[in-house]
Design a protein around this ligand. Structure first.
Ligand code: GLY
Length: 362
């Protein structure tokens, strides 16, 4: 079976890997290259119990987190390169009494789900993370962690290529009907396949297709990369105005803005200033860190903040894997397995009911 994946962000790359590892002939097309949409400004946080804002998103996030270790082990082995991935736990901190009360409520809600999260007072937070400025309370969720996203993309691409996938930096001009399958019209000609996976993130709605466009809207996120000689933190820290992801080499990612600015991918002085300010308030030692980079990416948001995964009702051969908003990296493994089961095995897994394209008339 030949499958064309439109879009080479983390979702497109994960889908391409899974399909090619299961024996499909895969072609990935994206004029921007690999990992260049929302993915390039992702901090790689794996934190469904913080970012799962609805029951459906939480369930998807938990399922995907459960698969992460095994998925990554396969990818790293196939690509023959390691990917930094750690379940450090998150420490969500509050500076105010109201914030501390919110953390208590979160702990109770997690307990109802059977998730053990520890509530720490200010002193306990300080003992656990001495680099943090004074806070009132902290909620530690040990299951959470992070993955280094650029390394993940390199590994996904490398692993997919070992299974025969081909990546091309060509502009996609449309998706058309082709017998029982579908075809992708590109600046360099038509590529026909048995199936086309539309995984173009924020750009998914702009690709001409015979049917309604997926309603995905860009939400800009800016992210900073700082560096200290040693990691200042042992957890991923989720603060009131920013989050901090400490890598093993002393780099710290600071994220993220959330801005409704259309397709504007610029890094702005205000975005950088706001994030720097928030980061230094949380960890004063970051004031002395080397400023290495600032990046911006466009998160693909849908109206219900859930991704769109599944077959198109209007275009035979087309399957959506888009709209992952703030959770593309977290949801990449489950998306890849859902799409591969569907496209290669015709297996409609029950999880797909949460993310059906037809809720948007697609
Ligand atoms: N998942 C983190 C963010 O979107 O900023």
């Amino acid at each position: 079976m030949t499958v064309i994946v439109v879009g080479a962000g983390v979702v497109g790359c994960a889908v391409a890997y899974e399909l090619s590892a299961r024996g499909a002939g895969v072609r990935v097309v994206d004029a921007r290259g690999t990992g260049q949409g929302a993915t390039r400004a992702s901090a790689g946080m794996l934190a469904p119990y913080i970012e799962g804002h609805s029951d459906a998103l939480l369930r998807l996030g938990i399922w995907s987190l459960d698969q992460y270790e095994g998925f990554l082990a396969r990818v790293a082995a196939d690509a023959r390169r390691p990917v930094e991935y750690r379940r450090t736990g998150t420490l969500q901190v509050a500076r105010t009494d109201r914030g501390a009360e919110h953390l208590r409520e979160r702990q109770r809600a997690l307990a109802d789900l059977g998730v053990v999260a520890s509530l720490l007072n200010g002193d306990e937070v300080r003992r656990s993370e001495p680099a943090l400025a004074d806070v009132r309370a902290g909620l530690r969720v040990p299951q959470h962690g992070y993955v280094r996203v650029a390394a993940l993309i390199e590994a996904l691409v490398g692993a997919a290529v070992t299974h025969g996938a081909v990546f091309s930096d060509v502009r996609v001009e449309g998706i058309t009907r082709q017998g029982g399958g579908a075809a992708v019209e590109t600046a360099q000609g038509r590529i026909a396949g048995d199936a086309v996976i539309l995984a173009a993130g924020s750009w998914s709605g702009g690709i001409p297709i015979d049917g309604p466009a997926p309603p995905v809207r860009p939400v800009r996120g800016q992210l900073l990369q700082l560096r200290l000689p040693q990691p200042p933190l042992s957890h991923v820290v989720w603060g009131p105005n920013c989050y901090l992801v400490p890598w093993q080499d002393g780099r710290v990612l600071v994220g993220a803005t959330s801005e409704d600015v259309g397709f504007d991918e610029r890094v702005t002085s205000e975005g950088v200033a706001t994030l720097l300010d928030s980061a230094r308030r949380l960890v004063p030692a970051l004031g002395g860190a080397t400023f290495e980079d600032a990046r911006a990416g466009l998160r693909p948001a849908t109206a219900d903040e859930l991704p769109i995964i599944g077959r198109s009702a209007t275009m035979p051969g087309v399957c959506y894997a888009t709209g992952h908003y703030r959770n593309g990296v977290l949801l990449a493994p489950i998306t890849a397995s859902l799409v591969a089961d569907l496209v290669l095995g015709g297996h409609e897994r029950p999880e797909l009911t949460l993310v059906r394209p037809d809720r948007f008339g697609l």
